[in-house]
Structure formats: structure tokens, C-alpha cells
Write a protein that binds this ligand. Structure first.
Ligand code: AMP
Length: 520
């Protein structure tokens, strides 16, 4: 079944209900939105000759237009390739080339960044809201294209461990299952409930679009297009029963915000995508009351592996409440989750291993990457790369990320990608990039460098090649890096050494014991 049917039905049954808003202003009702999606689908077929299965990219900042674009693409039977607008032109160029997208819709201004890196396969770069864009909606509406459950709907680009982004193939079935799981277990949606899109719609926040369309919710995009705590509070006051997905750093900023907010108006604040310190979860609970939920997932099983329910988070009377608060909750009904040893055998309660999952919400594989697909989905289980442990009550505690992924402000940063850029400097002999625990950002990027180069030169190099949020916040120049007998750099030792360096100025939450280990 095509996901686009949810919108076309809503357009028929409730044409006058608000569907999308910019700030406090309704900009589309369900009738308009469904009709615009159907006409855009017509244009994608007739004007551009796109055929079912073709990819169409959207490289845009958060905007209400995201909705007509995603639904227009699905309505036409095409696959959407949302790309984070914060990426560098080179990185966006790679995603466009790898996905083979024939058309790309971009935010005004981003076209100039992409144009020099656009691959040959890209036939059109269309500025959202521009003159050409407006003409697309003059086409006749077409019927929703039939789609099978395993047809591709969303190519979800995550960063690969080698630094190259990988496209997780999310099908109509996967997105329908994830949406149903959300509405059933995290946050029931009733008509006119709002969802605030402050996190990128190309990733975390975008995954909540469908459940709200299915249940006639209204999608609210802040006028700033991003996350400004005062603005979010004002929107919570303006929109009754609003929910929002936020990275833990965003929740922290909301807690710290001095502005007033009528918390009673909030339906649910969903955090996920990175670990949250227990103290921060407690502070959020004090400020917002029993309105918090946590989700644990990844692009490969979009936002749906385990969830810590609102009732668990608010259940202060429970003797295990604090421990549960430090966990990622229990598996969703629609997924099997196991903690496994190196041979993929399930480990007993209390034993630590890699987290594996399988079920309707797991991706089909990685786009054009058979090797990574075979390794990630071996034996029919998704290997998350995360390490965790189940407690006796079935709550999953995430211990660590198995690889060296850095999560800063909710965004994933793969050290190797940054290292490769730094190594292009003639004076850099060796480099190793690690994450340093940080109260505000979760982690910040730190580069350990052997060689002769100035911080300014290295920073300039990063600005040229990678997204700003991936740049190291600190450079440490050393004589040698810790290595094992095979000459491999030992990041674990480097992180420990970094902690020791920072204990002097007391900046490491790991050493202050603020990263709560699960008590089993
Ligand atoms: P992404 O594919 O960008 O969504 O990143 C997924 C990764 O973020 C997971 O594999 C985890 O390492 C981490 N992550 C996601 N949700 C949580 C959570 N609730 N707590 C801790 N880490 C998380």
C-alpha cells in the first residue's frame, strides 16, 4: 500500500482541517495539501518523465513545503531522498550521485552550494518556492500510484562507519509500521493535535510526519525553521496538544530557557537519537511534568527499537524508577530485540553484547551497497553496532556505542571522515578524532594531531570540505598516538588520556560519575 493514501483520504474526508502551519499561521488544510501533492505527482510524471521507483531528492531546511514534496513524491510512486540541509555541498553532491536522484528540490540559497557538485545523473535542481516550482502545481492531479509493501519510499542517508553516508532503504511497509508503533506506544495522536518540527525534517522529525497525517494532526514548522527555545515555548502555548521530537541537547536547552511555557499544553516531548544523562532527564521531568517519552532507534530501524514510555518516566513511586530513567526502555511490540554475543547468539539478562533487532520496521538494506547490507543484516537481524544489556524486567540499557561514532548535539559524526580531511594537510602526520563528553552537546569533536600545522589552518581545511558541525572544537598536538602491537591507534586509550587531561579542569562528565551505569 502506498503511504500517500493516508493524505489523499484525509483530503477527501476532512478538506477543511488544518494540515500545516508556519509558526502560528495555518498555511495548508488537508484538502489543499492532498490536491497539491496529487498535482505535483502529475508534474513529476508528465513534465519530468519520472517513473515509479525513480529517486527525487529534497535538500531543504525545515519548511511546510516538505509535506507537499514528500507526499507528491510518494503519490507519484517515487522514492524520496531527504538530505540534511546542514551538509556541505560536497556531501550533498555525494548523496545525489549515490542515490541517482534525477530531480532535487532545494531551499533557496542551497542551490548555489550544490550546483558545483551536482552529478550528471541529476537532471533538475528546483528551488522550493521559486518560479518554476510554482508552475508544477498547475498540472492535473493524478491517481495515487500503486505501491507494494517492499517498494522504496525513503532513502535515509546515515553516516557510514567508513565515513561515507549509506542509504538505508525504508519501504512503504517500514514507514507504515514505524508510524503505527509511534501512535500506539509513544504518543497517541488525535485529530488537530500538533507536531512541532524543530529537529531536521530530513531525519528524526520527518519520521513523525506520517503518523500525524494518518490521524489528521497539524504539522507546525517554526518560522525560524529550526530550534529556538523561546519560539518553541510560544508555539507550545499557541498549539494545543503539541508534541515535539528533540535530541537530548535540545531538551536541555528548553529546560534552561528562562521564558515561560504552559507545560500543560504539551502532549509529549520525545527525546532520542543520543544518550541523555539521568540528571538531565530529571530536570526535564521537573520542568515539564509527565510529558516526556524516549525512543531508541536508528536510520536502519527508523526510530523504532525500544521506547521508554511516559508512564515509566513519570513513575517516581517505583523503586526502580531512577534505573529505568537511565535505560532506553522496552522493545516496541513490532520488533524482536536481542542482546547477542559475537556469534549472534542471544545472551541472558544482565549480559552485555551487541543489540540486534528484526521486524517490520527494519530497512530492506543499504542502497547500492550489497556488502554493507550483507554484513548489517546477516542472519536476518539488523546489527545496530550499539552495545547494551537487558535487565530482569526487560528494559534495555545502552552501555556504549560499539564503534567510535560521535554524537554531538544529536548529529552523528564519524571520526574517520574528519580524520581524512585533516590528513590532507601536508604537515599532519597522524591524527585521531574522538568524542569528548560534554554537558551541553553530549559530546564534542576533539582531534589529536601529530605533526606541524596550526589550528587555524586545520579549521580552514574542515570548513572547505565538511559540514560545520563536524569540525573539531579542540585540537591537541601530541608527539605520538597510543597504538597496539599491530600499529593500530587505540581510541579507547586516547579517550581515557583525554579524560585525564580534562580532569584537571573538571570538565569530564564521565569522570564526575554523571554518566550513570545501569544497576542490575
Ligand atoms: P541515527 O541513525 O542517526 O538515528 O543514529 C542512531 C544511533 O544513535 C543509534 O545507533 C544509537 O547509537 C544512538 N541513539 C539513538 N537513540 C538513542 C537513545 N535513546 N539513547 C542513546 N543513544 C541513542
Amino acid at each position: 500500500m502506498n503511504l500517500a493514501l493516508w493524505l489523499s483520504r484525509a483530503g477527501m474526508s476532512h478538506p477543511d482541517m488544518p494540515a500545516a502551519a508556519l509558526g502560528t499561521r495555518v498555511v495548508a488544510r488537508y484538502g489543499d495539501l492532498a490536491s497539491r501533492a496529487a498535482r505535483l505527482a502529475g508534474a513529476l510524471h508528465k513534465r519530468f518523465g519520472l517513473k515509479p521507483g525513480d529517486r527525487v531528492a529534497v535538500a531543504a531546511k525545515n519548511t511546510p513545503a516538505y509535506l507537499e514534496l514528500m507526499y507528491g513524491i510518494w503519490h507519484a510512486g517515487l522514492a524520496a531522498v531527504p538530505a540534511n540541509a546542514k551538509l556541505h555541498g560536497v556531501e550533498l553532491g555525494y548523496i545525489l550521485e549515490h542515490s541517482g536522484a534525477r530531480v532535487c528540490f532545494v531551499s533557496d540559497g542551497l542551490d548555489a552550494a550544490i550546483a558545483p557538485h551536482a552529478p550528471r545523473s541529476l537532471e533538475r535542481l528546483i528551488v522550493i518556492g521559486g518560479a518554476q516550482y510554482a508552475t508544477l502545481f498547475a498540472e492535473d492531479a493524478v491517481e495515487v500510484a500503486p505501491r507494494a509493501p517492499d517498494d522504496l519510499a525513503w532513502l535515509f542517508y546515515t553516516s557510514g562507519t567508513t565515513g561515507r553516508p549509506k542509504g538505508a532503504m525504508l519501504t512503504h511497509r517500514v514507514l507504515a509500521a514505524a508510524s503505527q508503533a509511534y501512535a500506539m506506544e509513544v504518543d497517541p495522536v488525535t485529530p488537530s493535535d500538533a507536531i512541532l518540527h524543530a529537529a531536521p525534517m530530513s531525519h528524526g522529525s520527518g519520521l513523525y510526519i506520517m503518523a500525524h497525517v494518518a490521524r489528521l494532526g497539524v504539522q507546525v514548522v517554526p518560522e525560524s525553521g529550526g530550534f529556538e527555545p523561546e519560539e518553541i515555548f510560544a508555539l507550545f502555548d499557541a498549539w494545543p496538544r503539541a508534541s515535539m521530537f528533540a535530541a537530548p541537547t535540545m531538551i536541555k536547552r528548553l529546560v534552561a530557557c528562562g521564558a515561560d511555557c504552559n507545560a500543560a499544553n504539551i502532549r509529549t516531548l520525545i527525546w532520542g537519537g543520543a544518550p541523555m544523562y539521568v540528571e538531565d532527564a530529571l530536570a526535564a521531568l521537573d520542568r515539564f511534568g509527565p510529558r516526556l517519552a524516549q525512543i531508541y532507534g536508528q536510520g536502519e530501524s527508523p526510530m523504532t527499537i525500544t521506547t521508554l514510555a511516559k508512564e515509566d518516566i513519570a513513575d517516581r513511586a517505583n523503586p526502580r524508577w531512577r534505573e529505568r530513567l537511565g535505560s532506553a526502555g522496552k522493545p516496541y511490540a513490532c520488533v524482536e530485540v536481542k542482546v547477542a554475543d559475537g556469534g549472534d547468539r542471544a545472551l541472558p539478562v544482565g549480559a552485555t553484547g551487541e543489540i540486534l533487532c528484526r521486524g517490520e520496521v527494519v530497512m530492506l538494506g543499504y542502497w547500492r551497497n550489497e556488502e554493507a547490507t550483507a554484513s548489517s543484516l546477516r542472519g536476518g537481524w539488523l546489527h545496530t553496532g550499539d552495545v547494551g544489556v537487558f535487565d530482569a524486567e526487560g528494559y534495555l540499557h545502552l552501555k556504549d556505542r560499539s564503534k567510535d561514532l560521535i554524537i554531538s548535539g544529536g548529529s552523528n559524526i564519524y571520526p574517520r571522515e574528519v580524520e581524512e580531511v585533516l590528513l590532507t594537510h601536508a604537515g599532519v602526520r597522524e591524527v585521531s578524532v574522538i568524542g569528548r563528553p560534554d554537558r551541553e552537546w553530549g559530546e564534542v569533536v576533539v582531534a589529536y594531531v601529530v605533526g606541524d600545522a596550526s589550528t587555524a589552518e586545520l579549521d580552514a581545511l574542515c570548513l572547505e570540505r565538511i559540514a560545520r558541525f563536524k569540525r573539531p572544537k579542540d585540537y591537541v598536538f601530541v608527539d605520538a598516538l597510543p597504538k597496539n602491537n599491530y600499529g593500530k591507534i587505540l581510541k579507547t586509550e586516547l579517550r581515557a588520556a583525554d579524560d585525564r587531561r580534562n580532569v584537571a579542569n573538571f570538565t569530564s562528565p564521565r569522570l564526575r560519575g554523571e554518566v550513570d551505569p545501569p544497576k542490575l
